[in-house]
Design a binder for this molecule. Structure first.
Ligand SMILES: Cc1cc2nc3c(=O)[nH]c(=O)nc-3n(C[C@H](O)[C@H](O)[C@H](O)COP(=O)(O)O)c2cc1C
Length: 388
């Protein structure tokens, strides 16, 4: 590959050319499909499969399809939630029955929403609820949840994967298996406190994800977050996530002490990304302010496009339910919206970086601009600043 030289210690650690990673985005396999993961790795960064929510077979298939396209290093990200509501059922059917019995107002509210938008009920047959293996930190996981996440991890260990990233929760039980496979382990955090926990769990690299990020996010913005996490975990390296959509963002992350960037929203508007065109348009046409934090779709705070459904929940006298109840409730709504081709009311998690994004482009072009832009920004700072 010929291009500018732009290296940090992350390149050595992950055996990549540029310190830029595709964020693992779990979205039924659509946000980080094999073509996108491979394109980012082929362009010198690291592509990461968002494995969360995929069945073990689907995950294996995604990894193998990616491997047909590239022999460069790739990663897989899984969400290991730290906490789910106590007493929640183990399967989708069980949680649905609990919803009807215990939260009839919420069920009625969503039924009303479906009627208002002319949607028909489509029941999902996937029984997977949510993974939780954290034991001492969360509620005791049910057997189905535990089995599912363990099977996903087994798949990652069996396949040709070089990096494992834990989206949330405690990855300590995965670390020894990953070490055996010479796999690097990364852990996402939104606070200095959780960064320390991730280090205790044994991760090699901490990903500090700021408030501006798309998807599940914490309360601290990147300017205060990154330096605090860098200080909290030193000498453990930190990668920055959230709001990075051009080379200036990458350069800023490095200035705050990070050694690389974990980029989500900017790659959602790549040609290779398989999210629906309606959702790409919401990102390309939208402003930063259109992407708000809401508990509408999963029960946990997540940044997403503010559509009519998010607004309806905000205005309702009803608080969204905790994970996994809200997720199971709204999975059915999303399925109905997809079946009716009404993607404008379907959830679209993405970050404030949307305001910087104006077109859908090949992932290789996005990578090239991130790299060239970072080099230019770093040189331009030196040109503008006098120090002695
Ligand atoms: C559609 C979407 C799905 C996501 N899913 C996951 C996930 O499954 N696991 C995870 O660790 N992070 C997930 N995230 C967060 C990303 O890994 C990343 O931290 C975030 O996108 C970075 O912020 P940015 O979108 O501003 O680049 C998701 C983000 C988005 C936008």
């Amino acid at each position: 590959m010929t291009g500018p030289v732009f290296r940090t210690p992350l390149c050595e650690m992950l055996n990549i050319e540029y310190p830029i990673l595709l964020a693992g985005m779990g979205s039924r396999g659509l946000a980080t499909p094999p073509a996108l993961v491979a394109a980012v790795s082929d362009a010198g960064g690291m592509g990461v499969v968002g494995g969360s929510g995929l069945t073990p077979d689907e995950l294996r298939n995604q990894i193998r399809e990616t491997r047909k396209l590239t022999d460069k290093p790739i990663g897989v990200d899984l969400i290991l939630p730290a906490k789910v509501a106590g007493g929640a059922g183990n399967t989708r059917s069980e949680v649905r029955a609990q919803l009807k019995a215990d939260f009839p107002k919420h069920v009625a509210f969503v039924e009303d929403l479906m009627t208002q938008h002319g949607l028909e009920q489509v029941e999902l047959d996937n029984e997977f609820v949510v993974a939780n293996t954290s034991g001492d930190r969360g509620e005791t996981p049910g057997s189905n949840q535990k089995n599912m996440i363990q099977q996903q991890v087994d798949v990652i260990m069996e396949e040709d994967v070089q990096m494992f990233a834990a989206g949330l929760g405690d990855p300590s039980w995965v670390v020894p298996m990953a070490r055996e496979k010479s796999m690097t382990v990364m852990g996402l955090v939104g606070s200095p406190r959780n960064a320390k926990r991730q280090v205790e769990a044994g991760v090699d690299i901490v990903v500090a994800q700021g408030y501006e990020a798309g998807g599940h996010t914490g309360k601290i913005a990147n300017f205060p977050l990154i330096p605090q996490v860098v200080d909290a975990v030193a000498p453990r390296p930190v990668v920055a996530a959230g709001g990075i959509a051009d080379g200036r963002g990458v350069a800023a992350a490095l200035s705050l002490g990070a050694i690389g960037a974990w980029v989500g929203t900017a790659f959602l508007v790549s040609k290779e990304c398989a999210i629906h065109d309606t959702h790409k348009r919401q990102i390309v046409d939208g402003e930063s302010r259109d992407f708000e934090i809401s508990r509408t779709y999963t029960g946990k705070t997540a940044r997403m496009f503010r559509n009519e459904v998010v607004e309806a929940w905000t205005e309702a006298d009803l608080d969204p339910l905790p994970m996994p109840f809200q997720k199971i409730l709204m999975d059915d709504f999303n399925a109905a919206a997809r079946a009716a081709g009404r993607l404008e009311v379907h959830s679209n998690p993405a970050g404030q970086a949307a305001g910087l994004l104006n077109e859908v482009r090949p992932a290789a072009d996005i990578m090239q601009d991130l790299v060239a832009g970072a080099v230019e920004a770093l040189e331009s700072v030196q040109g503008r600043v006098t120090t002695s």
